[in-house]
Design a protein around this ligand. Sequence first.
Ligand code: SF4
Length: 434
Amino acid sequence: MSSVDTTIQLIRTGKTEGETCSPALADGPWVFDLQAAPSYGPGSSMGDVIPTGTPRQGQIPEEYRTASNEELDARILAAKATLGDRVVVLGHFYQRDEVVKYADFVGDSFQLANAAQSRHDVEAIVFCGVHFMAETADILARPGQSVILPNLAAGCSMADMADIDSVEEAWEQLEALYGTEPDADGRVPVIPVTYMNSSAALKGFCGEHGGIVCTSSNASTVLEWAFERGQRVLFFPDQHLGRNTAKAMGIPLERMPMWNPRRPLGGNDVAGLEEAQVILWHGFCSVHKRFSVDQIDKARADFPGVRVLVHPECPMAVVDAADAAGSTDFIGKAIAAATEATTFAIGTEINMVNRLAAEYPQHTIFSLDPVICPCSTMYRIHPGYLAWVLEALVRGEVLNQITVTDEVAVPARVALERMLAAKPGTTAAQVVGD
Ligand code: SF4
C-alpha cells in the first residue's frame, strides 16, 4: 500500500483517483512556516483558529527544502549512523511513513514519553510528534538531556484550545461559585483533570490543584479517582473524550455542561453548574471530528459484517454507532487479536490506518473517512526537518530544543504520577494516550 504522502502526490498529479482535503498537502511544510499569519497548515486542523503566540518555525536552509527524497534519506541515515547511541528518534503513530521509518520507537504519546524516560543514556531525544508530547518527554527526561522537536510549528490544535490563562480564569469562577471547602465525605468541590494532549502548563496546574492527567485508555479509571476526591470534575481540553468516558460511567448528559472560555461562567447558569458532575471544556480534535455516523452507515452497507473501531476523541454519536471505541493502542490490539480474515473500518488518523492495513494484509482495513486529511500538525514534521536537526547534532548544535521549566515540570510530574498510581499494577508501558 502507498504511503499517505505518495497517495497525495498521485492524486494531485491526476495519476490516481481519490480526494484530499487540501492540494497544499503535497507541498513542503516550509511553504506554510513563513506565512505572515501563522496557521496549522493543510490537513484536518486547517480551519481551526490558531492562538496568538503559538510557536513558529523559521525557515530552514534551502539545501533541506530542495533536497530529493533520496538525498534526504541518505543524509538522515548517515547522520543517525554517526550519532549512534548518542541519540534516539521517537515517532508517533500518526506520523507519515516517510518519517516513521527513521524512528527507533513508534507509539502513542505516553508510550513515547516512557521510551524517552527509558533512554536516559542518550544525549538527545528527537521527537517526531507534536509539541505537548515533546514537553512530556522533557518532563520525564534526565537533567542534561535535550528533547528536540524537528519543526517548532508542530503543535496540536486540540491542546491549543485550552491555555493556562483561560483555565485559571475558569477555576477562579468555579471556586467563587462552589467555594473551596470539602463536603462531609472530605471531597473538594471540583477536581481538574487534563488529557495527556495538553500543554505542560495545564499538567502543572492539575498537579498544583489536586488534579491529575488522563489518557484515552485510562480516562474512566482517572475519573473514578477524581470522584473519590471531588464532588465534580473540570475536564479539559477534549470535550469528546470527557463526554464519551463519563457517559459510559453512567453520568447523564444533562450533568455534563460545556465550558466555553469566552463566556461568563463558561456560558452556563448557576443552577446548571451546581448540578454538574463533569464540566467539559470546549475543545476537540479536528482529525477525529471528521468521522460521522453517515460514514459508519455507509461502511456497514458496503461491507456487511464490518467491525467499526473508533477513537474516543470522536463525537459521541460516532462512538455510540461504532462496535468499539478505544485508544490507538486498543485499536492496534483489536486488529492483532482477530484470528479470522475481517473487514475493519477505522476512525482515527489516516497514517496509522494505512500502516495497520499494510501490517495486516489478511484483513481489509480502511479509514471511515474517504477523504485523505492527515493531522495538520503531525504533518509539519517532514524528512527535511529531521535531516536538519540530526546534521546539526552531528556538528554539536542543538536546534529546536523543547524545555519545560522546573516551576512547571515539578507539579506536572505530580499529576502524571497520580495517574500512574490511580491504577494499581499499571506500568508505564501499559498507559497510552493519543
Ligand atoms: S490528531 Fe488531534 S489530538 Fe492528535 S495531535 Fe493531531 S490535532 Fe492533536
